[in-house]
Design a protein around this ligand. Structure first.
Ligand code: FAD
Length: 385
């Protein structure tokens, strides 16, 4: 699982300062207009690539940066601090190259990975279906081999970046009789295998596009099968723990931003003749939020350190995802409450953070599924099957 060498504390601080400075200057001003139009400013991606987003986890031999998981954790925290939609978008754009670098053959890397690393393409990964959410193994999308290609039929739901109409990885069953062991992963290029994407409006991370993808007899070259038939879930699971760590650290970043706004507000606003900050119950809102964020941040960084040490991080990343999602939701709720009515107004931005942090407990495995993952590891008994 190990990515690159672990940077020194000094280097990580420099990375944080550099990326924060860039995001504050160049991306923060884009948030409001893009939230209003539900669009993402894709033109920022080449500059973000320079910090380690997109190619960070890919080995330099494959054209990536080979940064550590801890550095990626810092990047995700800073992305969340700037904008929830940014965190979600760069997560997918970083995870897909990481998966492809580990699982694709040289021809596939040349045709797909290279386009992601030079930031000329956008990617999605499609697993979820209407009848297969937490239970991904129950998917019904079918891929049937016909000569030199596969025909794919089925519908995928809630696919981030799906509207990009570019490239992605779709999971489909090549052998339904084998259940989850009959699921395979395919590279899809919209230019050669057109599919339909229907955008779905959503509550959180509104500047990301989230789609239903419809595969109606879509022909995909057999050369686009990743690995062997039946290895689809293994391909997707390559990045599951990193994805959970990313989601955890993104939630921490969102909560930090909300707390900073609330802290300024309660120091400035006066009621009953004194600043709100002087009231014990307001202090409690702020202190509880700060404590939750600090604990969440440390658990997220611990998960990253576990991955850096070569561990799979199954328990650590699930714990981080579970705790960070729940604690940061609570922290942002406190921050909003401390701002009163102003907290509900768009101008203050906490209402957006409140919506965005809500995402953290659902994709990449819901909080309930994280509990069951951890329970299985700790107790040796699966509550699922
Ligand atoms: C913003 C966003 C982006 C997403 N992006 C992608 C993407 O890019 N690609 C992709 O493939 N998918 C994506 N998803 C889908 C996401 O992975 C699923 O929503 C998630 O896995 C949960 O599945 P579900 O929504 O079908 O919920 P369900 O599985 O129906 O769960 C509903 C509720 O039941 C609970 N539950 C389910 N099973 C159990 C159980 N055994 N025990 C206890 N409780 C249980 C869940 O915890 C949840 O509370 C995205 C979702 C969102 C919201």
């Amino acid at each position: 699982m190990s990515a690159g060498e672990i940077e020194s504390e000094f280097e990580l601080n420099e990375l944080r300062a550099a990326v924060r400075g860039y995001l504050d200057r160049h991306v923060a001003p884009l948030v409001e207009p893009h939230e209003a139009t539900h669009t993402f400013p894709w033109e920022i991606l080449p500059a973000l690539r320079e910090f380690g987003y997109v190619g960070g986890l890919v080995d330099p031999a494959d054209g990536g940066d080979g940064i550590s998981f801890t550095a990626l954790a810092v990047l995700m925290e800073e992305a969340g601090r700037c904008w929830g939609s940014l965190r979600t978008t760069v997560n997918v754009m970083t995870i897909v190259p990481y998966v492809l670098a580990q699982t694709c053959n040289e021809d596939q890397k040349e045709r797909f990975l290279r386009r992601l690393l030079d930031v000329s393409s956008r990617a999605w990964i499609a697993i979820t279906e209407s009848e297969a959410g937490s239970d991904a193994g129950a998917m019904r999308t079918r891929a049937v081999r016909e000569g030199d290609s596969y025909r794919i039929n089925g519908r995928k739901l809630y696919i981030t970046n799906g509207a990009s109409n570019d490239i992605g990885v779709v999971l489909a069953s090549t052998d339904p009789a084998r259940g989850s062991k009959g699921i395979s992963a395919f590279l899809v290029d919209a230019a050669e295998s057109p599919y339909e994407a229907i955008e779905m409006r959503h509550m959180s991370v509104r500047a990301t596009n989230n789609c239903e993808l419809i595969f109606d007899d879509v022909e995909v070259p057999a050369a686009n099968l990743i690995g062997a038939e039946g290895e689809g879930l293994r391909v997707a699971m390559r990045a599951i723990n990193v994805g959970r760590m990313n989601m955890a650290m993104g939630a921490v970043g969102i909560a930090e931003a909300a707390l900073a706004i609330a802290t300024d507000h309660v120091k400035e606003r006066r009621q009953f003749g004194r600043p709100l900050a002087g009231f014990q119950l307001v202090q409690r809102l702020i202190v509880e939020a700060a404590t939750q964020i600090e604990a969440a941040r440390r658990l997220g960084l611990h998960a990253a350190a576990t991955l850096d040490a070569g561990g799979q991080g199954r328990v650590e990343c699930s714990m981080a995802k579970l705790f960070c999602a729940e604690a940061c939701n609570s922290a942002v709720t406190n921050a909003l409450q401390a701002c009163g009515g102003a907290g509900l107004m768009e101008e203050m931005q906490i209402e957006r953070m409140y919506r965005d942090v809500r995402e953290a407990s659902i994709p990449e495995g819901t909080s309930e599924l994280q509990i069951l993952n951890i329970g299985k590891e700790l107790l040796g008994v699966s509550a699922l099957r």
